[in-house]
Every structure is written in C-alpha cells, then in structure tokens.
Design a protein around this ligand. Sequence first.
Ligand SMILES: [Ca+2]
Length: 463
Amino acid sequence: MREKTKWWFNGDDSGGKGRLYFLYPKPFTRSTVYKPSDSDREAIVGDSLPGSHSVTEVSLMIRNLVSPRTLSCCLVLGLAVLAHPQPQAQVHESARHDFRVVTVVAGLDHPWSIAWLPTGEMLVAERPGRLRVVRDGVLASAAVAGLPEVYRREGQGGFMDVALHPDFGTNHLLYLSYGKPNEDGSQGTTTVVRGRLERGSVAYRIDDLEEIFESNAWGDNNNHFAGRMVFDPDGYLFLAVGDRMASPDLMADHPAQDLTNHMGTIVRLHDDGSTPVDNPFVGRADALPEIWTYGHRNQQGLAVHPVTGEVWSNEHGPRGGDELNLIVSGGNYGWPVVSYGIHYDGTIFTTETERRGMESPQFAWVPSIAASGLMIYSGEQFPWWKGSAFVGGLAGQQLARISFEGHRAVSEETLLEGVLGRIRDVRQGPDGGIYLALEGTDDEPLTRIVRLEPVAGDVRTPR
Ligand SMILES: [Ca+2]
C-alpha cells in the first residue's frame, strides 16, 4: 500500500450513513482493472478513517476518475458515521450553475500554466523556472529535469506556458515557452523549446531538448513577454509574443505596428518551428514570415475553440481596455493606435477605439481585470457553460464568463470576485472540470491549483 493522498466524505451533514471516497495512487499499468489486495484494504481502513467513524461494510469499487489510463483509483466504502462528518466547501451560486471550489494541489510557486499528460498527471509550469508534476493530488518534489535557465526568476521572464504535441501519446514531445536570456543575461526574449518527456527511475526528464523558435522581441526589461501557446486542430503551433512594454506614445511607430520584429504578435509555426508557406506575410521584405497577427500588447490567454477550431486570445490593456479577440490571419489588432484604455497615470494616448482595417475586440473590459488565462468550455460537468469563454482576472481577482452569439460576446458574468485572489490560468481538465491556477501573495508565495466542483442536482433552467 502506498501513501494515501486524499479522502472525502459524501453523506448527511448531521451524521448517519454515508460513503467515504478515498483516492490513492494506483500502480502504473495500462490495464483499467486493478483489484486491491486484502492487505490494501486493511491499510486503507486502518489509516484513513477518523476515530469517530466505524465501518459497517466495506465494498471496494474501482472507479477511474479521469481516464481509463489515469493513475487514480477511487475506493468507495460503505460507512456508518457516528459523528463529525467532514464539512463540505461553501457553495457558490451563479446564474447557471452552483459549484464548490476544492483544492487540487497546494505548495506551488507562481504557477503560470497547466497541462495534463495522458496518464492523468498534471504538469505545472512555475514562473521561476521549474516544471512540476502533480500525481493524484500530490506535488512531486522533483521538478522535470533538463529544461533551460530563465532570463528572470522574478517579474515575467521565467517559464510561461507548457503544451503537449498533438501526437504526444506516440512522440512524447513537450513544448515550453520561456524568457530566454542573451549571453550576458542583460536582455531576454520569448522563446520556445521542445524535447521528449521521458520517465526516469525517480522523476521525469526532458531528452533531446531543442530550441525551435526564438522571437525577435529582445529587451532589457522584465515585462510583457506574453508566451501563451496552443496547437490548432490542423497541428499548427500558435505562440503569443508580447510588446515588451514599449510606450504607447509611439503610436504608429510602436514595435507592435512594425512587422520587422515579433513584439506584439501571434506567430504561427509548424510543430518543428519552421514557417508555414501560407502565413500571411511570407515573401514580404518588410515583415517577418512567422507573424500571423500583430498590433497586440500582452496576451495572457490563447485558446482554440473546441467546436469551431478558431483561435482566440485575450490581452492586457493598460488602464482599461483588456481585450478578447478572435484571431484571424493577417489581422492588425490595433495596439496602441486604437484602444479602450488610457495610460496608467490617467492621461490619454489615443482617442480612437476602432479603425477601419484594424480588428476590433469581441469583448473589452473597462476597467481592466488584467485578463490572464483563457479557456472555452466544452465539458460535461457544467452543461450550461458549454461554449462560454472563461478568463481569469489578476488585478480583478475574479473569474469572468463570457457567453456568445456566434462570434459576438453578448454577456459577461463575474464569478468568485474577491474569493480566490489573483487568477493566473484557467483550464479545462480531461475530466471536464474547470481548473484555476492562483497567484500567491508576498506573505504567502506558495499557492494552489483549485477545481470548480459541480453541486449535485444543480442543473437548472436559465434565470
Ligand atoms: Ca486591440
């Protein structure tokens, strides 16, 4: 019997009969059938039950929680509870679904992004330059080995996003975006490496690491790297590169409006980093061929629509003017010539919010929430939320849900405002759950990933 990881009680709050769910690591096997031995049973019952509970019957049912190949099992034990049932988390109400917030894993240092392996294990990129593995709710102490050094462990120039190749199951290729330092460490730029994720005797490691794209977005500051990545259904890799905080007062001379660098762009690449010949600026002497769109600021969300396959992005405005954008080939998204925002000090750099020939956002936040993370929901756990976009708020300390008619955002609902602090990333897990990576604080830098848990019987008609 290995160490236990987690248990929770599902039953009458005032005591009485209920079921104890117990999650523990299953030996790694391709088989979906795993029978615990009698000694396993004894260890579970002996180790995991609080003293005031007694077991009247033990029925062991193996339930795969995530996928047939997950490492997790769930034992369901029939219990008679004498006293002190486990309190359940608070229910949060919203227009379409009620839900609880439960902790998935704690102890993370600036988690910036989340990805899942086919085994059900969770990968978490920590900004200071570590890639962590979470197995059955337990954070492995050893980080993934074989990844590069970062430009800055503080600020924004560390590890950014982690993504699996669409054929990861056969090729094991893992992609990481990060702030790459120049030779003397004085400047950094958004860069993508990939390598094969292999499991060693103790921990995962990256073999055959190679750099596949170094953006031309060098700067000696530590801001606006963007760095989000996503593969679209055709297998192209999209990468957001931030504007490196060049001043909006540059207006039409701003680097985000200059196609000879990658600042303020989304680039589109083959999986090996080479340039697709049908990219919109291929063959132009005044443009870099990797550019797919430009005129962006600091894009902290990038997602593929689960039904249409379209690429969507969100970006930070300055004071006001965060945007949710539908990404179309060759589009100029206007920064800083058109914006719904103003300078942080309240002064104005543009009076225009839209202009012919520039792409307008499908939704804009005024005031800003500091949009971070983007997910368009397609799971079964929250059926009324299918097709909604979920966006984390850093300064806004909230989860925004945007609903659409076609491409047009028609409503915004603010969830969890002020409840969880700053939300850095939003993902849909392979179980259809909604996962949030939270920011720590100066006082408590280590932080959590949480999951929204449906409330049974919650599905209701719209209010
Ligand atoms: Ca814009």
